[in-house]
Design a protein around this ligand. Structure first.
Ligand code: NAP
Length: 302
């Protein structure tokens, strides 16, 4: 496998990946600011790497994306561009980038969405800056492969959740924020919880520990394909909220939908035939079991 650099080592996914690839070097923004070319040059001057797994990104929920479009565009485009450019300059043999199912076209004729449709329409308006920055990474990787015959690749995962998620309402992702709301409602003996939108958008959520497992298989098997990664569970926001209420032993709680808040993309389920062909034995944890596991860990803290 050679010497591996993992960016974004302190994040949700990076924290799980440490268990799968313990010998890799994990960095965060405290070590290097990857939006600064000076820092990226210093990073590759300080050590030589055979592989880069690039997890670092500005990531967050729809509401934070709408509040901070410049950060979501600029930071992502800078980090990705600099990392790929300097990986190549420093003779990195394999580069793995991480995109997201959020960046696929907002509307498509046929679901689930296949990998070849990444550029076949506009992403959802609420995520333009993040999506175009991430799409550019795919384009940059494809361009390096075409021009320099590198074997760099990217994965396109669905939404994630996990114990190390951001749990706040604004910066957090949906499942993390949902568990947080349920825990707070339980603590304050509330009879309802409020959710943004009307509950109809469909979502796929994967435990970040499962994605970390897939990444370690990609590395260990030296795979160079680019492909979607998701579970086959694709549920409405309302159904996910009900699954979470049950998993957190809070079933009799009323769900209130704040229809004044945007829904975000209505559907973005991705096709996982390629994943199943490449890693046939991969079996992700069910959403109800993953949420239950996090609830049991978190409830000790309240
Ligand atoms: P995360 O928890 O938000 O972690 C982001 C990581 O990036 C942190 O380690 C952070 O370091 C680092 N980082 C941010 N800005 C940086 C900078 N300027 N310089 C250096 N490092 C910087 O993200 P995640 O949820 O683990 O996501 C990992 C990857 O998966 C991302 O590429 C994301 O786009 C992709 N993805 C995520 C989801 C999801 O639902 N979470 C879904 C699909 C794809 P600090 O801790 O020091 O800030």
């Amino acid at each position: 496998m050679g010497k591996i650099l993992v960016t974004g080592g302190s994040g949700l996914l990076g924290t799980y990946l440490k268990k799968n690839l313990p010998k890799a070097i994990y960095i965060s923004s405290k070590d290097y600011d990857l939006t600064s070319e000076k820092d990226v040059i210093k990073l590759f001057k300080n050590s030589k790497f055979d592989r880069v797994i690039h997890l670092a990104a500005r990531v967050g929920g729809v509401h934070h994306n709408i509040q901070e479009p410049v950060k979501y565009f600029e930071e992502n485009i800078l980090m990705n561009t600099l990392l790929i450019k300097h990986s190549y300059k420093n003779n990195v043999k394999r580069f793995l980038g991480v995109l997201s199912s959020c960046i696929y076209p907002d509307k498509i004729k046929k679901y689930p969405i296949k990998e070849n449709l990444l550029f076949s329409g506009e992403p959802h308006k609420s995520l333009f800056p993040y999506s175009y920055a991430k799409r550019s990474m795919a384009l940059q990787i494809d361009s390096y492969n075409q021009k320099f015959k590198t074997k760099y690749n990217y994965i396109i995962p669905c939404n994630l959740y996990g114990e190390f998620d951001k749990f706040g309402e604004i910066q957090g992702h949906f499942v993390g924020a949902l568990i947080d709301k349920i825990l707070k409602a339980k603590k304050n003996k509330k009879k309802s919880i409020k959710l943004f939108g009307d509950g109809s958008p469909m979502r796929q959520f994967m435990h970040a520990r499962d994605l970390a497992k897939v990444i370690s298989i990609i590395i260990k098997k030296n795979m160079t394909e680019s492909f979607n990664i998701a579970t086959s569970e694709n549920y409405s926001v309302k159904k996910i909220a009900n699954i979470a209420l049950q998993a957190c032993e809070f079933e009799n709680t009323k769900l209130i939908f704040d229809r004044s808040m945007p829904n975000g993309q209505l559907r973005k389920d991705i096709d996982i035939k390629k994943l199943k062909r490449l890693i046939p034995r991969f079996k992700p944890i069910l959403l109800k079991d993953g949420i239950r596991e996090i609830y049991l860990k978190k409830k000790e803290g309240i």
